[in-house]
Design a binder for this molecule. Sequence first.
Ligand code: ADP
Ligand code: MG
Length: 301
Amino acid sequence: MRIAILSRNPGLYSTKRLIEAVEQRGHEAVVLDTLHCYMNSSSAKPTVHYKGEEISPVDAVIPRIGASITFYGCAVLRQFEMMGVYPLNESVAITRARDKLRSTQLLSRKGVGIPITAFANKPDDIKDMIKMVGDAPVVIKLLEGTQGIGVVLAENEKAAESVIQAFMGLKSNILVQEFIKEAGGSDIRCLVIGDKVVAAMKRQGPEGEFRSNLHRGGTAELVKLTPQERKTAVSAAKIMGLNACGVDILRATRGPVVMEVNSSPGLQGIETATGKDVAGMMIEFIEKNAKPHRTRTKGKG
Ligand code: ADP
Ligand code: MG
C-alpha cells in the first residue's frame, strides 16, 4: 500500500514512528506537510497537489492534524476522502472531537461519565454558573488551550469569579468544570484503536500540580485498567467516530470520567511508558480496513 501521512513536521517522534511502521510492514510512506497541500474542489475529479505536482494515488491517509490547523487540515483530509482514499480518522470525527463543547454534549448524551461541565460565553450570573458545577473548587478552561496551558484550578468562589471575569474580558470561550480532587493530579491516557484499548498509561503531575500533562512536568507509567475504564474509553472513541485516538480519563469516586478525546494522540509518551508498538498497530488497522470509498460519512459531513 501507499500510505500518506499528513504532518507538519516529519522530524517529530510520532511521524517518524509512523513512517517506520509503514515501511516495516512493507508499504510505502508519503509524508505531506498539511499546510502545503492545495486542491481544487470545483473539478469533477478531486485531486490534491503538492509542490507543483498532483499527488499520485494513495490507498490510505493518516491525519496528524494539530489543534492550530484543524480547519485547513480537515479540508485537506476531506479532499482525500472525496477521492475515495481511506482515512485512519475521518475529517468529520476529527472536527467533532476538536470541539470541546460538542464532544462534551455528545458524550453526556450517550451516558459516558464526564466531569460536571458548564460553558458560557457571557454569563450574567457567574455565581450561578459556579453553583451549576457544584461550587468551588472548580477547574476553568479556555476552549482553545492545549498542553495544560489555559487550565486553572480556582480553589474558592472569589478566585473562580475573578478568573472567569478575566477570561471573559479576553473574549474567550470558557468551560467551568467540577474539580475531580480524588484523581490526585493524575489522569489515564487510553490509546484506542478500533474497538480496543491497545495501550494505557497513568500520567502524574509533579508535587503540588493538579495538571498531569507531560509538557507541564508530569511523568508517565504503565497502568492496569479496570473493565469499566476500558469500556468507557472504547465508548468515547466510538461516539466520536474515531478509529484511533487517545481518551483521557480521570479516576473519580463515582467511576471513570472522560476529560477529552484526542484525534492525533502523541506516540512518544505512550510507546515509552508501555513498550508497545502503537504505530505498528495503527498500520495494522489500516491494512485490515482500508478499502477504497470506505468513508462512511462521504458526502454528508
Ligand atoms: P489540555 O487540553 O490543555 O491538556 P485538559 O483538559 O486535558 O487540558 O487538562 C489538563 C490537565 O488538568 C489534565 O490532564 C488533568 O490532569 C487536569 N484536569 C483537567 N480537568 C480536571 C478536572 N475537572 N478535575 C481534575 N483535574 C483536571
Ligand atoms: Mg489534556
